[in-house]
Ligand binder design. Structure first.
Ligand code: ZN
Length: 137
């Protein structure tokens, strides 16, 4: 790869973490993790889906966060996933590439229905945090 083709990190407007779970057996654990996130990080917690939605093949919730949060939040998820699968992907102008090729998985990687994702759209910003962190990570 020529240096001229390397992409600058500034392309990343925000990140998502998608936390997947089995509603039958992992609901309580997944929601406890969600509460723990809200107590520790200035992020935007999305709604909890009890069924597959969009490209996501299992129940999950989304956590949107700014690039400045990544360096503490993602290591914290590594230590605290408790066996859940978590997809962390950047948000640039290409959601399909963000999810399918440029993401990292914590825990077991799952399949994604990437064909439903556009390959060109305005990059998602993290939005205003809706949490009130008061505990140290
Ligand atoms: Zn996402």
């Amino acid at each position: 790869m020529e240096a001229a083709t390397l992409r600058p990190v500034g392309e990343i407007a925000s990140y998502h973490a998608h936390v997947y779970f089995d509603p039958e057996s992992e609901w309580e654990h997944a929601l406890a993790l969600r509460a723990g996130i809200g107590e520790r990080f200035a992020v935007r917690l999305g709604r909890v889906w009890d069924r597959p939605v969009g490209p996501h093949s299992r129940a999950m919730y989304q956590v949107a966060f700014a690039p400045a949060v990544f360096h503490v939040f993602v290591p914290w998820l590594m230590l605290n996933n408790g066996g859940l699968s978590i997809l962390v992907h950047p948000n640039t102008t290409n959601p399909r590439r963000d999810h399918l090729h440029d993401a990292v998985w914590i825990g077991t990687a799952l399949s994604l229905a990437g064909e439903v994702l556009p390959d060109d759209q305005a990059a998602d910003l993290a939005g205003e945090p809706n949490t009130t962190p008061h505990k140290a990570p």
